[in-house]
Write a protein that binds this ligand. Structure first.
Ligand SMILES: NC(=O)c1ccc[n+]([C@@H]2O[C@H](COP(=O)([O-])OP(=O)(O)OC[C@H]3O[C@@H](n4cnc5c(N)ncnc54)[C@H](O)[C@@H]3O)[C@@H](O)[C@H]2O)c1
Length: 362
């Protein structure tokens, strides 16, 4: 596939006023750094640091950081009334946390979307409100050879976690505000994002050791750098579509620039990688000689194998995930090596609850 750069030039946020809710987080902070390259008038970052570390937020005269929940009426009331773009990336991270505390998920996932959209509907200068939706919430659950999930695939009403439900509810609230109030709402359906600025242990305790370990890629990289066995849940049989955060952020900017209000767009590499192959690649790139450990399947997880169909985003946004997984992993490994201090500092906050953390932070 060839990227159509004439029809879809690189989006430019020069002199624009941009809101990033959840902008201290992994994806949000990468987006903030990207938008800053264009010299925007202002970026307003709203983040309560629930699953983020403040070191991800760049300093500078163009960044206004509001360290608060976006559900605070004062914060919502103070938002600029001349915003050009809003990106809603806040969530209660992630599946396991939401299973441990569905009410906290509701407070930091559903209510964030509802209150934010209720406020944004009145800001008429907005050209686009881009919502971080989840490809996992709409993918068919299968252990067999998967088919690519397209944007119009049917959605199951049975879900493995409150997080998954909340991600869909966010889409539905946005659709409502689009239809009823003409809020220019578009959905970015992420596959599994990996890359720099995903800080293990960032933020407050969220009920399970996944507060520390977050996702498979940063966990594997951190353990491989410590020459440890990578835990292959279900033998590493499951498969995911891994997309590098630099590509994903480009997709978000393209949805802001070219996305049709009311529409959903997959941000996907379009390729499935089995978890056992991810582990082997990370062990190779880090020189980890320790063979993986086989771990049992997770009792809540029925997701199996999946990947996203990138065709619509290619045709309608000129979006292509260019970074091959080996190159993306190299960059993530380099970033992890050079940020071990901040990672260990964030992990250390949870050492009393996750004893194995003491091995790394002592
Ligand atoms: N990373 C992935 O693979 C992936 C896949 C699918 C969807 N998503 C979605 O993308 C978005 C970003 O994910 P991420 O991986 O960067 O996670 P993240 O945890 O790093 O980012 C979420 C951010 O939201 C903030 N937040 C939580 N509650 C808030 C509140 N009430 N008010 C303000 N801020 C709040 C957190 O502190 C954090 O900075 C999320 O909405 C997530 O559901 C991510």
């Amino acid at each position: 596939m060839i990227q159509n750069t004439e029809k879809f030039p690189k989006p430019d946020f020069g002199n624009k006023r941009v809101l990033v809710v959840g902008g201290a987080g992994f994806v949000g902070s990468n987006l903030v750094h990207r938008v800053l390259e264009d010299n925007p008038r202002e970026i307003v970052v709203v983040d309560n640091l629930l699953s983020a570390d403040v070191s991800n937020v760049p300093n500078g005269p163009r960044v206004r950081f509001v360290a608060s929940t976006v559900t605070d009426d004062l914060v919502l009331g103070d938002l600029p009334t001349d915003l050009d773009y809003a990106f809603h990336l806040a969530c209660y991270h992630g599946n396991q946390s939401s299973i441990a505390d569905p009410i906290a998920d509701h407070d930091n996932n559903n209510i964030t979307s509802l209150k934010l959209f209720e406020r944004l509907k009145d800001i008429r200068s907005l050209r686009k409100v881009v919502y971080a939706a989840a490809g996992c919430a709409v993918a068919k659950k299968t252990k067999d050879e998967p088919a690519a999930t397209s944007e119009d695939a049917p959605v199951d009403l049975f879900h493995d976690s409150p997080y998954s439900i909340s991600k869909l509810v966010g889409e539905m609230y946005g659709n409502y505000y689009f239809r009823r109030h003409k809020m220019p709402f578009a959905k970015a359906r992420f596959q599994n994002v990996y890359g720099p600025r995903e800080i293990l242990g960032a933020g407050r305790w969220r009920g399970t050791p996944h507060t520390v370990w977050r996702n498979v890629t940063p966990t594997f990289i951190f353990k491989a750098l410590h020459k440890e066995a990578l835990p292959l849940i279900n033998g590493g049989e499951d498969g995911r579509d891994f997309i590098y955060v630099g590509d994903l952020v480009e997709g978000l900017t393209r949805i802001a620039a070219y996305g049709e209000p009311g529409e959903a767009y997959n941000l996907a590499s379009g390729r499935e990688t089995r978890i056992r192959d991810l582990a082997a690649l990370i062990n190779k790139l880090t020189g980890n000689p320790t063979p993986p450990d086989i771990a049992p399947p997770r009792d809540w997880d029925n997701s199996g194998r999946r990947y996203g169909d990138p065709t619509k985003s290619m045709n309608n946004l000129g979006f292509l995930a260019r970074t091959q997984i080996e190159e993306g992993l190299r960059q993530t490994i380099d970033w992890t090596r050079s940020h071990l201090e901040v990672i260990r500092r964030c992990m250390a906050h949870h050492a009393d609850r996750v004893p194995e953390v003491k091995n790394y932070v002592a």
